[in-house]
Design a protein around this ligand. Structure first.
Ligand SMILES: Nc1ncnc2c1ncn2[C@@H]1O[C@H](COP(=O)(O)OP(=O)(O)O)[C@@H](O)[C@H]1O
Ligand SMILES: [Mg+2]
Length: 309
C-alpha cells in the first residue's frame, strides 16, 4: 500500500544542534499513527514540518504525494491541525465557530452548514450547536477544537499531545472521538509522551529519542522484538549494576536497573535458576520476583539503551 504521509531523510538543525536527524518514515492511509517519545525527542518539530509551520534543514516530507514545502497551499487544504490550546472563539457558538473556520478555507456557506451538521452529529455536539463555546463542558471543548480542524474534510488529522492536561476520563473520551474520526476514513497522526495512550489508541507507533527513530511498528511486534517476558527481581544488598553485566552475559537477555530492582527481559528460553545462581554467587538475597509482559517502556529502554525520562 502507498503511504499517505512520507518523511524522507528529514533533518532539522538549530545552529549546531540537530533536533531531527535523518528521519525516514511512511504512514499508511487510514491508520492512527502515534509518535511517542520523551520530552525534547523532536515530535513537535516533526509534525510542524509536516503541517508547513517549519521547514526542514534537509530532506522532504509529502502528504498524498504533495511536497510540504513546494506545495504548501495544497497540503494545507488536505490536513487538519488540532493545536494544544483551543483554537475556537469562546464568545461564539459552536455553529458560529465552524462557520468562521469554514470561511477561512473559503468553503461556501451551504457546504459549511452541511458539513457542520455531519461533524457535530459525529462528535456528539449536535444538541449544543447554538451554545456559546465558553459555556461548554471541558470534554465538549476538546471535541469542538477537533471539529474546527475537520470542517474542510481533511484527509489527515494531526494532533500534538492532544491529551496533555486531561483527566483520565476525558482522555478516554478523547480517544473515542479520535477513533470515530478515524472510522470515517481520516488518517490520524498524533504525538504523545504517554505510553498507555500510544499502546491503547494507536495502530502503529514510532518511538523517537533525541531526534532519531528508535523503533517503528505495531506495538505487539515491537514488544515481541524486545522479548515477551519481563521479570523484576529485588535483592539485598541490591548491587544491581554488578548483577546486570553478569546476568546479561548469560545470553538472550537484556537488563536494566533502577532502585526498584533488576529488570530482566528474556528474549528466548532461559532457565530461571541460571539467573538466580548469579544472584547467589554475589551473595545477593532475593526478596521478590515479579513477572509481567513487556511494556512500551521496556521497548524504549531496551531499544534506545536509555531510561525513559
Ligand atoms: N526554535 C527552536 N530553536 C532551538 N531549539 C529548538 C527550537 N524548537 C525546538 N527546539 C529544541 O528541539 C528539541 C526537540 O523539541 P520538540 O520537537 O519540541 O520535542 P518534543 O515535542 O518531542 O518534546 C528540544 O531540545 C527543543 O529544545
Ligand atoms: Mg512537543
Amino acid at each position: 500500500m502507498e503511504p499517505i504521509i512520507e518523511f524522507r531523510s528529514i533533518t532539522k538543525s538549530y545552529g549546531d544542534f540537530k533536533v531531527l536527524d535523518n528521519v525516514t518514515l511512511g504512514i499508511e492511509k487510514g491508520t492512527i499513527f502515534g509518535l511517542l517519545g520523551p520530552n525534547g525527542a523532536g515530535k513537535s518539530t516533526l509534525i510542524k514540518i509536516l503541517s508547513c509551520q517549519s521547514r526542514p534543514s534537509s530532506g522532504h516530507a509529502y502528504i498524498s504525494g504533495l511536497d510540504v514545502v513546494s506545495d504548501k497551499k495544497e497540503v494545507l487544504s488536505i490536513i487538519g491541525v488540532v493545536p494544544q490550546e483551543n483554537s475556537f472563539y469562546d464568545e461564539l457558538t459552536i455553529n458560529e465557530n465552524l462557520k468562521f473556520f469554514g470561511s477561512l478555507y473559503r468553503i461556501r456557506p451551504i457546504e459549511i452548514k452541511k458539513r457542520s451538521h455531519k461533524i457535530l452529529a459525529l462528535l456528539k455536539l449536535d444538541e449544543k450547536s447554538d451554545t456559546r463555546a465558553n459555556n461548554l463542558s471541558g470534554g465538549m471543548k476538546t471535541r469542538l477544537n477537533i471539529a474546527c480542524a475537520l470542517i474542510h474534510k481533511p484527509e489527515v488529522l494531526i494532533l500534538d499531545e492532544p491529551s496533555v492536561g486531561l483527566d483520565p476520563v476525558s482522555r478516554k473520551a478523547l480517544w473515542e472521538t479520535i477513533r470515530v474520526v478515524n472510522n470515517e476514513g481520516t488518517t490520524i497522526l498524533l504525538t504523545t509522551h504517554y505510553m498507555e495512550e500510544a499502546d491503547l489508541l494507536c495502530d502503529r507507533i514510532l518511538i523517537m529519542n533525541r531526534g532519531r527513530i528508535v523503533i517503528e511498528g505495531k506495538q505487539e511486534e515491537l514488544k515481541k522484538k524486545v522479548g515477551e517476558t519481563m521479570i523484576l527481581i529485588t535483592s539485598s544488598p541490591g548491587n544491581y549494576h554488578v548483577l546486570k553485566g553478569e546476568v546479561e552475559s548469560l545470553g538472550n537477555i537484556s537488563c536494566s536497573f533502577s532502585d526498584k530492582g533488576l529488570k530482566i527481559i528474556l528474549t528466548g528460553q532461559m532457565q530461571l535458576h541460571n539467573i538466580f545462581d548469579v544472584f547467589e554467587s554475589h551473595e545477593e538475597k532475593i526478596i521478590t520476583v515479579e513477572s509481567s509482559t513487556t511494556s512500551l517502556e521496556d521497548v524504549f529502554i531496551h531499544a534506545s539503551g536509555e531510561e525513559w525520562h
